[in-house]
Write a protein that binds this ligand. Sequence first.
Ligand code: ZN
Length: 219
Amino acid sequence: MTLGYFQRFLLIAGVFALASCGGREKPQSPRSSENMTSDSARQCLAGLKSKSVRFAGLPSKSFDGGCRMIDTIKLMDFGTQATNLGAMTCPLASSFTDWARYAVAPAAKQYLGSEVVKIETMGTFNCRVVNGGRSGKLSEHAFANAVDVSAFVLRDGRRISVLNGWRGSPEERAFLRRLHQSACRRFGTVLGPDYNAAHANHFHFDMAKSMRDGTAYCR
Ligand SMILES: [Zn+2]
């Protein structure tokens, strides 16, 4: 059967109408990368999929005070269990996944002779300013572009926290310092216990590089 020009037009228009309806009805569909507003976000998601990472696309939202979640996802499975991971920008999720796979896993083997089965975090999105003050520059957490990592649970039952391990046994120190160093190659900003007292109990990772010279900020 050969379709006339107008029939083909109707068919195509119908497919588009169905597609756009489906998009509106299910804004939180785990399959949806169509929520993404930019090509770079879509490319980033394709990269995550190619690394066998499972995630759910989240609807973009803006909040009072300038906080926003644009083109964010929730990581569902990247190979290691993790707690408290909420909305993350795709580049953050991608760097975090790589860090867990190619830094955390081998360092645990090398320094602790075990395997990390769970990464504990203190969350990702948080509508607040830098250093928890009342006013000032918004934190990268306000854009779902940062994650705070607090501890690692090993297969043998040990739990290495940033709070205790940073000044803990030689193996714990070496393990955490290796993770901090390798994070500096993967994230834009890395802050740990040596930065200030507010970071005594976690590593802060975000994707913002130094505004001055565009290099990673690592403390
Ligand atoms: Zn943080």
